[in-house]
Design a protein around this ligand. Structure first.
Ligand SMILES: C[S@@+](CC[C@H](N)C(=O)[O-])C[C@H]1O[C@@H](n2cnc3c(N)ncnc32)[C@H](O)[C@@H]1O
Length: 243
């Protein structure tokens, strides 16, 4: 996979692209990550990339030309998925991360200042994505959130021991509680079942805990999660015990 980020602050991506699981995925050639300063595509002699909004109003907007030119330059081989980071966009989810992880080439456009010229949104991008209902100063941190969520899904990016299948949202449910050594920490004990060595019972307990956690914290997820007959029965029991 190739991921290009169009930004005015490529330096913000230096350590992000080279650290931990993302850095390892780059070293192992699972992904190629580039931060491109679209100011380099400005034809203005001062490399200006923003201007006042027509009709007046506060702040400056990113002009279309440098961003259109940068995209034309990097999209020569395959047509990329072009993602505009935008608080008005569709909410980014694990499902969207899974969808994007199947693409060959992603481009993220990081806005700054008051936003961007509407023609970028109308005629250039394939997706507008938001990380939540709040406003950041720029799209860089939002792009990092999405790249992190996508890259860890690439085959081989995570070691087998830390695979993502059980992660919250991957199965449609929240992940079950986890414990590590010591068995007894200041009187707080690991549940006996996890020490029993009975893998069938442990798997059953984990599924129940996932269902319980999702019911308590995110019941909305249960409407779309894939649940078998046994899950439904467990949920009914859990609901009854809550009444
Ligand atoms: C100050 S914001 C512009 C907000 C814009 N005036 C509005 O009200 O929709 C600057 C840039 O930060 C990025 N950004 C801000 N909040 C974001 C969010 N929740 N998700 C994704 N990107 C965001 C976008 O790229 C945006 O163009």
């Amino acid at each position: 996979m190739k991921i290009d980020v169009l930004t005015l602050f490529p330096e913000l991506f230096e350590s992000f692209f080279s650290t931990s699981i993302i850095g390892r995925a780059v070293d192992e050639d699972r992904v190629s990550l580039n931060a491109i300063n679209f100011r380099d595509y400005s034809k203005n002699k001062h490399h200006k990339v923003d201007d006042y909004p027509y009709g007046g109003g506060q702040g400056m907007l990113l002009t279309p030309e440098p961003i259109f030119d940068a995209i034309a330059d990097i999209s020569k081989e395959i047509k990329p998925r072009i993602i505009l980071l935008c608080p008005q966009g569709e909410r980014f989810t694990q499902k969207k991360a899974e969808e994007l992880s199947n693409e060959e080439h992603l481009v993220f456009i990081c806005g700054h200042y008051e936003g961007f010229d509407e023609r970028i949104r109308e005629h250039l991008v394939t997706d507008e994505l938001s990380i939540g209902d709040f406003v950041l100063t720029g799209g860089e941190t939002a792009a990092q959130v999405m790249i992190d969520a996508v890259v860890r899904l690439l085959p081989g990016a995570l070691s087998k021991a830390s695979s993502h299948e059980d992660d919250s949202f991957s199965s449609g449910l929240l992940e079950f509680p986890q414990y590590t050594r010591p068995e007894n920490f200041r009187g707080m004990k690991v549940p006996d079942i996890l020490l029993s060595g009975n893998h069938g019972n442990i798997a059953k307990w984990r599924r129940e805990q996932s269902l319980l956690r999702t019911l308590e914290r995110r019941p909305d997820l249960l409407e779309t999660a894939e649940l078998n007959k046994q899950d439904q029965e467990i949920l009914e029991q859990l609901k009854r015990s809550q009444d």
